[in-house]
Design a protein around this ligand. Sequence first.
Ligand code: AMP
Length: 380
Amino acid sequence: MRTGILGAGQLGQMLALAGYPLGQRFVFLDTSGNPSADIGTTLIDPDREQLSAFLEQVDQVTYEFEHLPVELVREIEKHKPVYPGSRALEVCQNRSLEKQLFTQLDIPTPEYRLVESAQELAAAVAELGEAKGRPVVAKSVTEGYDGKGQAVLKQASQAETAWQEIGHPCLIVEAFVDFVREVSIIAVRGQEGEVVFYPMAENHHVDGILRYSLAPLPDLDANTQKQAETYIRSLLQELDYVGVLTLELFQKADGQLLANEMAPRVHNSGHWTQEGAITCQFENHLRAVAGLPLGSTEVVKPTCMLNLIGQLPATRKILAKKAAHLHLYGKEERAGRKLGHINLQAETTESLVRGVEELAQELPSAPKPYFSFVSDKQCL
Ligand code: AMP
């Protein structure tokens, strides 16, 4: 069984690492000219000359990042099965289509407007923000990721500068959500329509980049998990989706969930499943794509994923720690770059949080971890 993967970064590499024990083999098609995955066969093809060679070598195709030309995926669909399909990709690339789909499926989102000029942006800031005493977040409708192409505005007078800085012809302007935490739910749908869900994770971003993800959540009531499952299930069904889908949500103080965005792929907030769940997100994605039965998503132990950004700690130091699993991506150090992660485990969430606080102090320039379910007093 040969699976073709569009994109050749760390997510592709971790997919392949999970697929080898199942007897699967991988061919990557890299259109960036700068692949980091170093496993299987990689075709480096910035000029798109090797598509036929790629297709000849694979039984089915998936992707590990969503900023791919949709027409390339549609072309591939004419020759080989692609999971998830091009409609999912198209929706996830465009914040406007994504919000429309959420609304169509009764999935609550932050209030939003679409704007196409600095004047329209100023009007949206006044209406959604100033009039209600809160900021707004303006985001480019396409091409944004990890907080790029975004600005927080408090006043309409900031619109001109923000419009110039983002430099995109169409923006989505969202009411700033006063959330207590950011969470995500990851689900997997197989080819027969069967669905499994991982327990939700709490995610901490700094400057738009994920730093910590912890699961399962000790204070999550069953209804909130069920609510998130209902939302993601309706997305999976509507898109006739096969594979892993991630839905990022804001949770408000009253428990309400608001959908932020979704990703049609394995996700950084699901890396904890590598050691934290019976079947990790990477293996389950490949099982779905290959038409195999899905694996159990049951939690093995409380787990926290700590991202290694920009600079790496000494490998020896991390490996000397009990219950720390190091995953390095083989990339050169560079500011803001995701170079690897550590999955730390413990028998209880309490001891896990203590362990994360200690470990974070040894990671170069890691922000202080914070978890919504730990009171300040407990932190001290
Ligand atoms: P995004 O690229 O949409 O995931 O945004 C990156 C990060 O910006 C999110 O993880 C949040 O921390 C923050 N953010 C985005 N949209 C909002 C919003 N409407 N209200 C509050 N914070 C937001």
